[in-house]
Each structure stands twice: as C-alpha cells, then as structure tokens.
Design a protein around this ligand. Structure first.
Ligand code: PHE
Length: 335
C-alpha cells in the first residue's frame, strides 16, 4: 500500500490531481483508513504494532503530499515566469497629454490683466430672461436695436440664451448696490446666426463694469488702452470710435491695429488694418437706475470684448469655427 501510494503521487501533475490523490490515499474510504476500522479483528498483541505502522505510513503520505504540492507550485511558477515574461528594456508608450484649450488660456490671460487692475471675476448665468438680456438694458420689446442680437428662444416664454454678457451688469449692480463695483463677467454667449468663418452661434465675451461716485470716460479710456498694451505689448496702437448701444451713453468701440498682417489679403482685419475687439460706453442712467444706483450720484463704464477675436488676431486664425470644432490638429498647435 505504501509503495503504491507514494508511486502514484509522483505522477500527479497539478492541483486537481493532488486533490484526488489525497482523497484516495488519506480520505475516509482510503485503504489505509479502512485498516483502522478493522482493528478489532486483529489480535491484542499485534494491534499496537499494526497501529503504529499504519500511523507511520500515514505521516509519510502527508509529508510526501506536502513536498509534492510544493514542487508542483514551483514548477507552475517557473512556467509562468517564462511565458509571462516582460521585456523591461522596451521603451515605454508615451501617454497622450491633454492641454488647455487656446480660449481657456486666452481667458486666463485676460483675468490676470484685469485682476492686476483690481477687477474681480463674477459669473452670471448663460440662460437668461428677456427682462435681463434686453428690458433692463434699455432695450424694450420692438426696439429696433433688438436686431443687433439674433436670439435663441426657449419653449418657455421669456426664457432665452443670453446674446451677450451685458445682463450680468444688472445682476452685479443689484447684488452690490450701493457699494462701488469693479468686476469682469466672462462667459459664453449665443446667437442665432448663420455660421461662417467670421461668426459662430456660440462664442465668449468678457464683460467689464465699474461703478462708483466719480467714474469718468477718461477712466474707461485709460483702463481699456492699458489693457490693450498689457495684452498686445507696449507698442500696441488702439483707437476708440463712437458707436451706439442702448445701454451706454455715450458708446464707443475700440480697435487694435492689425499687427499680424496689413493691407490687401488680410482676412482677420478685413483689409482695413484695424480689428474691433470691444464695445464700451458710460452706463446709461436708466440702466444704473435698474441696478439700484442713483444716476445723479453714481456713474460707471462698461465694456464687452470678444476673446475669440483677440485670439484670431494674435494667432492669425482666419476661421472662428476652429475654436469649437474640436479638431486636434488645430488644438495641438497651442501647447
Ligand atoms: N453687449 C455689447 C455687445 O454684445 C457689447 C457692450 C458691452 C457694449 C458693454 C457696451 C457696453 O455687442
């Protein structure tokens, strides 16, 4: 029995075989175990001898099983070490690096410049009411100036997507009145436009507003030209032209000299040599009053700029659609 048992163990190759062998040789119905149950048939003198011998073989079996199990485990480990081997001398795969969107960077640059000038960042909502987007900005229903903004309406009457960041002016004024204000309001705007190289249905604006007791048009001009110089360099030339907006009086527009290209063939600057980057003006008394400020005591200026325009000028991008087309060949150029 001993010889047979130990021999049959040597041919076992795997875990399952070990299991089976254990049942057959050490289990309850194994021949060895059977001997114990027949002990009463053995005479009293030889009984201890038989018992001792059987126990000895049993211990031997157990030791052999343990040893063989360890050998099998080692063999399997050796096998997997060769078959699953990794060549650590292979060069690694380079992970794809994400990067900031060019407009995220542009916006951060603008925040930094205005931050240095003491402006805080304030966020207003993208989904607006007709009241804030138009009425409170001195643009009543049927006012012809509404044609300046082609609006996305929602199925809910009076709820629209903001066409500009100017409604934020009234939100901040109502929140801070009667404190003085100096904030910028960045965000996405939406217009129901024919998409082309020059216009998108969604784009950023950065609104700015300053309200206080002695805020003048000189402050506005100084702030905006200083901004342009900080952004485009000390030699950047700007010009302030008169314009019209219902919520500012007087109103203006600021152009920057087109430094990337001049004359005929300049797509970014429409060949004029100048690019309009913002609208501005002294806040209309009606709008100040809507914000809670007494226009005989307080005054202020506001402006709204187009960061996409600024990027296009700076980086010679001649199609605004690139910004939201998610084409990595475009985006990867801004690392
Ligand atoms: N909201 C105007 C526009 O979208 C820009 C503007 C902002 C003009 C603030 C004056 C003052 O064109």
């Amino acid at each position: 029995l001993r010889k047979k048992g130990l021999e049959s163990l040597q041919v076992v190759q795997d875990e399952l075989g070990l299991q089976n062998w254990k049942v057959a040789n050490l289990g309850r119905s194994a021949p060895m175990t059977q001997i114990f149950s027949q002990m009463k048939t053995v005479s009293a003198e030889v009984r201890p001898l038989v018992g001792e011998r059987v126990n000895q073989v049993k211990k031997e079996f157990e030791a052999a099983l343990e040893e063989h199990a360890a050998a099998i485990k080692q063999a399997m480990l050796n096998k997997s070490l060769t078959s699953d081997a990794v060549d650590i001398s292979l060069p690694g795969r380079r992970p794809a690096h994400g990067r900031l969107h060019p407009q995220t960077k542009m916006l951060r640059e603008i925040y930094r410049i205005f931050g240095d000038m003491g402006f805080q960042v304030y966020r207003a909502r993208d989904v607006e009411t007709d009241e804030y987007n138009f009425e409170l900005l001195n643009i009543p229903a049927y006012h012809p100036a509404r044609d300046m903004w082609d609006t996305f309406y929602t199925t809910k009457p009076g709820v629209i997507l903001r066409t500009h960041t100017s409604p934020g002016q009234v939100h901040v004024m109502r929140e801070y009145c009667p404190e003085p204000i100096r904030v910028i309001l960045p965000g996405m705007c939406y217009r129901y436009e024919q998409i082309s190289a020059r216009s998108e249905i969604q784009f950023h604006q950065v609104e700015g507003i300053m309200v206080g007791k002695h805020v003048t048009m000189g402050d506005m001009k100084g702030t905006l030209t200083d901004f342009a110089r900080r952004l485009f360099g000390a030699n950047a030339r700007t010009r302030l032209r008169p314009s019209y907006f219902p919520f500012t009086e007087p109103s203006g527009e600021m152009d920057v000299e087109c430094f990337v290209c001049h004359g005929a063939g300049c797509q970014v600057c429409k060949n004029s040599g100048w690019l309009e980057i913002l609208g501005c003006g002294m806040i209309h008394p009606t709008v100040l009053r809507n914000g809670g400020y007494d226009p005989s005591v307080y005054s202020g200026f506001a402006f709204g700029m187009g960061p996409e325009r600024i990027s296009m000028l700076r980086n010679q991008i001649n199609d605004i659609r690139n910004f939201w087309a998610n084409d990595v060949r475009f985006l990867e150029q801004f690392s």
